[in-house]
Ligand binder design. Structure first.
Ligand SMILES: Cc1cc2nc3c(=O)[nH]c(=O)nc-3n(C[C@H](O)[C@H](O)[C@H](O)COP(=O)(O)OP(=O)(O)OC[C@H]3O[C@@H](n4cnc5c(N)ncnc54)[C@H](O)[C@@H]3O)c2cc1C
Ligand code: FES
Length: 283
């Protein structure tokens, strides 16, 4: 009997690299599978992640930024840490270089629960990646009618730090969604909103009726966004986020990522706020 080795990465090659921001420390890697059989066997859901391997250096967990409806390609948006081993090595890669992908890993956003409901998607900074996957999925022509209103609020520190700029423009022009893009600090060319994500959320005030909110961003954004959602009437069970703990194995074996009895790599990274409230305060 053939037993699949969970530590063995799938071989992919880099098809395209997009520098996303002015600081040039955020790049989106578009990967193509090297083997058709492995491509056909790789099924993921919005919110899942994979361990990306730079051969000879190591691996690190990165959320899947493309949508399950994007046939045959996988995208990951990676922030380079100045002292980060793997993220630096990834940023040094070129088109056609080989990258390993181990996954898909973790649980996903509650897409089935969201069907027939309104989706409120709130993101800040580069934690927007798996939310982008979800938006692409909902907007796909085969899915759009299965979801209600789609409201997106997304913010970055400055205009140059916004991810997926072309896509944001396209979303803003669509009639079947509401898109609110904001920056903490505008520059002379910025014609859009200026203000923090929680403030914009308060102004937009999406209804909590039949709605599920997905929220991903830096801790400071989450800290101020959750009380606004609470004030608007969203129940903790209808507010969902994704955690970025330090991880190693990604498959529930090494004990690196646990919070109380939960392993973020297999029980998460996606949790509702109701679930998070029941976990110890170590996160
Ligand atoms: C489920 C999940 C999804 C993620 N998705 C993305 C993504 O889409 N895009 C992305 O850019 N990053 C993402 N991350 C974070 C990413 O995994 C880390 O940035 C990466 O592991 C750093 O690896 P490195 O080898 O470059 O850094 P290391 O050499 O391991 O560390 C370099 C420096 O970064 C710090 N650091 C590294 N990882 C973390 C962390 N998780 N929390 C706090 N400090 C850290 C270290 O303390 C150190 O200072 C995700 C993490 C998880 C768990
Ligand atoms: S990373 Fe090993 S148990 Fe979660």
């Amino acid at each position: 009997m053939h037993v699949k080795n969970p530590y063995r990465p799938i071989l992919t090659s880099i098809r395209k690299i997009t520098v996303e921001n002015e600081a040039k420390d955020l790049k989106t890697f578009q990967l193509a599978f090297c083997n058709d059989e492995e491509a056909n066997g790789f099924h993921f859901q919005c919110g899942q992640f994979a361990e990306l391997t730079v051969f000879g250096i190591g691996e690190c967990p990165i959320g899947i930024a493309s949508a399950p409806t994007d046939d045959g390609i996988l995208e990951f948006t990676v922030k380079r840490y100045p002292d980060g081993q793997v993220t630096n090595a990834l940023h040094n890669c070129r088109v056609d270089d080989r990258i390993g992908v181990r996954g898909p890993l973790g649980n996903s956003f509650p897409i089935e629960r969201m069907e027939g409901k309104n989706a409120v998607i709130i993101g800040g900074g580069f934690a927007f990646t798996t939310l982008r996957s979800t938006i692409r999925y909902i907007l796909h022509e085969s899915n759009r009618s299965r979801f209600g209103n789609l409201t997106v609020i997304y913010g970055a520190r400055s205009p140059g730090e916004l991810l997926y700029k072309d896509e944001l423009k396209e979303w803003e022009s669509r009639a079947d969604m509401e898109t609110h893009i904001t920056v903490d600090k505008a520059d002379e060319n910025w014609k859009g909103r200026e203000g923090f994500v929680p403030t914009v959320l308060e102004q937009v005030a999406p209804s909590p009726k039949d709605a599920i909110a997905l929220v991903c961003g830096p801790p400071i954004m989450l800290k101020y966004t959750l009380p606004v959602l609470d004030k608007l009437g969203f129940k903790p069970s209808d507010v969902v986020t994704s955690l970025e703990m330090r991880m190693k194995c990604g498959i529930g074996l090494c004990g690196r990522c646990n919070i109380g009895s939960k392993y973020v790599c297999i029980d998460g990274p996606v949790f509702t706020y109701e679930e998070l409230r029941s976990l110890p305060a170590e996160m």
